[in-house]
Write a new protein. Structure first.
Length: 479
């Protein structure tokens, strides 16, 4: 869909929750009910821990004494369990034993009230933050294995935010080859880490990524066959199971955010693949009814499975609605022409082909679609003329990437010599355009001499950055 899933560096660090700041607000969580003064062992342990926490000369010795008294109190019995385990956790934290602290806090949480559980959550978070930030430093330094170790340690003490889980999922997806099963696992953990509405966007993104990664496995024919052989079932049974799992994942997104158009489009595409035509149509009809509030990229992407399932007219409707707000998207125009060709709508095919030619005239695919439009209209002479032009095209230009921002856009593109002889260099003007296909700014490219097609040096790639608000696409002219 139109979402971006790239892992961005450098990543920003998080801050600790300040205990003094929290104390200023009496409504914030606390564990005021803990009772240690009525038991001399707990009281003594508290004094030793206070000395250790205050940075006395022998903090390790103080912790040892505190743990001894806590062990004695536990053996003797008759002490408040929440207090006992809360103090064990204090000792373990001072001893840098986060595994022990996690276990002790878990026992304290089971024996105390909601207010104290919230306070323990704050304490867990403050132990988590330094580990999370250290993991980010490893990520930003390119040390992914070390980052994963630190993220695991962080998740061992605090599991109430999606951040670390999502970062781990991203790292697993970026490995070579991608470890999709692990990425799916950690995106699921991210989505289920909290119900706090402050993290709804992150949870939604994680759920969407679960669907996206499962859906990617649907096209893994080798993996599907291997699983089918292992389970003793047909390939189609495995593929359908993966499609249903994808469907469930996107439905989970929509439970959280019913108007998530990217998830709706993805869900409808899966339903189409599962031959659930009526359900898919309901989703598509809803999307079209709200098309003015849908990102054009989501509308373009929704058309792709429709074209594949030969629902050409509906696909064209999605693309046309998207093009009203992004008129120069060359991929959308190409798909639009193909949709009209599949629908045998000759008149609209000609219009779409001409619109594509206006954006991308030095492209064999553009010319072939224009030739098909002339052929369907019965214009034999124009068909032959355009086909001859396509066959004799001297060079072709293609997009590698186009990254757009609020005030800039960066294009990485390539010019390729299509001739069997050397191509003399020329000047190319790239026009960065807005949603109305109007020029915002332009840059020139000096294309060097290119060697004959099929030999080294037949292509030249370049990168340009255009400055200006609202850049969504590009087109070009030769000088």
């Amino acid at each position: 869909m139109s979402r971006r899933f790239a892992f961005v560096a450098p990543l920003a660090a998080l801050a600790l929750v300040s205990a003094p700041a929290m104390a200023q607000n009496s409504s914030l969580p606390s564990c005021d009910h803990l009772n240690y003064r009525s038991n001399f062992r707990l009281n003594g342990a508290d004094q030793h821990l206070a000395l250790a926490e205050g940075g006395k000369s022998d903090p390790h010795g103080e912790i040892v004494h505190a743990l001894q008294l806590l062990d004695q109190a536990r053996t003797a019995g008759g002490v408040d369990q929440a207090t006992l385990w809360y103090m064990y956790a204090r000792a373990y934290v001072e001893n840098h034993d986060l595994v022990g602290a996690d276990s002790a806090w878990t026992k304290a949480e089971a024996a105390t009230d909601a207010n104290c559980r919230a306070q323990i959550g704050r304490l867990r978070y403050n132990q988590w933050v330094p580990l999370f930030n250290a993991a980010l430093e490893q990520v930003n330094s390119g040390h992914q294995d070390s980052a994963l170790v630190m993220f695991r340690r962080a998740n061992g003490i605090f599991r109430g935010r999606p951040d670390a889980y999502s970062q781990m999922a991203n790292l697993f997806e970026q490995t070579t080859p991608p470890q999709d099963d692990s990425a799916i696992k950690y995106f699921r953990l991210a989505a289920g880490s909290t119900a706090d509405p402050r993290y709804a966007d992150a949870r939604e993104e994680a759920l969407f990524n679960v669907g996206r990664l499962i859906q990617r496995r649907v096209s893994d024919t080798a993996g599907i066959h291997a699983e089918a052989q292992q389970r003793g079932v047909t390939d189609s049974a495995v593929k359908d199971a993966r499609l249903h799992a994808t469907q469930a994942a996107y439905e989970d997104v929509l439970k959280l955010r019913p108007r998530d158009m990217a998830a709706q489009a993805s869900l409808a595409g899966v339903m189409t693949s599962l031959h659930e035509a009526d359900q898919a149509k309901m989703v598509y009809d809803s999307m079209l009814a709200h098309a003015d509030s849908v990102d054009p990229g989501d509308l373009f992407d929704a058309a792709v499975p429709l074209i594949r399932s030969e629902q050409y007219t509906l696909a064209a409707q999605f693309i046309e609605r998207g093009l009203t707000r992004d008129r120069c998207d060359r991929t959308a125009l190409y798909n639009l022409a193909n949709a009209y060709m599949g629908a045998k709508d000759t008149t609209h095919l000609m219009g779409a082909a001409l619109r594509l030619m206006a954006v991308d005239p030095m492209n064999r695919s553009s010319l072939q679609l224009l030739a098909r439009a002339y052929q369907d209209m019965g214009n034999r002479d124009s068909t032959l003329r355009v086909l001859l032009r396509a066959d004799s095209l001297p060079w072709e230009i293609s997009t590698i990437t186009l990254d757009t921002g609020d005030t800039t856009a960066t294009l990485h593109a390539m010019v390729t010599n299509l001739q069997s002889q050397q191509l003399k260099g020329f000047r190319l003007t790239v026009q960065f355009v807005n949603a109305a296909c109007e020029q915002v700014t332009s840059q020139t490219v000096e294309v060097p001499d290119l060697n004959a097609s099929g030999s080294p040096g037949q292509a030249y790639d370049f990168t340009l950055t255009g400055a200006g608000r609202g850049i969504l696409g590009w087109k070009y002219v030769t000088n």
